[in-house]
Design a protein. Sequence first.
Length: 278
Amino acid sequence: MKLFLSTDFEGTSGIVAWEQIIEGQPEYAQGRLLLTREVNAVINGAQEAGASEFVVNDAHHFMRNLHPQELAGEATLISGRHKPLYMMEGLDSSFAGVCFVSYHGSIGAERAVLCHTYSPAAIWEVRLNGQIVGEAGVNALVAAHYGVPIILVSGDDVTVQEAEIVAPAAEKVVVKHSLGRFAAAHLHPTRACELLRAGAQRAVERLARGERLEAPSFRLPVQLEVTFLVADMAEMVCSVRGVERTGARTVCLSGDNLLDIYRQFVAVVVLARALADR
């Protein structure tokens, strides 16, 4: 059994500040250690239940937060920026399940630690078929395209609640409770890892028993609406084929091919972020 892990960072127990998760910052080494332990807890729990192959996509910021030699399960690591499928690079139909590890809430959440949706410097809101979604919701498009179920989601309580839209049957592991954008009540890291290990074990056992865990499904044609911080960003991304401007700051991506929609979204994010950086 082969599993795909898309790993973010903000949803790790103990993390509440950008300084803990950005390379070069003084607290980054501690944050990286906490993240690695949570990723390994998921791998170890899945191994105990019979999973034998793991591909980990390091999907946060510069995407080189995990040391390959420190990963459990002799996992394959995908790292580095500008991957064609970004947070979902490496997934295909050969996988039995997807795990979203250390994910965070959407930019529109009322109370979610370090919340954003792909780019806090560019994106104000994302709606998928009319519903506000975070990164789990957007990334579920790729899982749906390949027909692979999302079997585990971990992060704060808001992340887990938001993931119900696309992965209602997944094992949900809450490792902290958000108090605001820069504050949370955390489980002790050891306890968080125990819960992650147990959650991953349950998820794989359910697969092994033949329990039907459905891949995400969406009403077609899918409509992915992206609202930016400023109108200039919406204007710039209209150069991407298939992008329709529907408001001063809003564009819409629509169609039946979920992978194409996701690829368009990645292109839109990269272009808008480039404008934000200037």
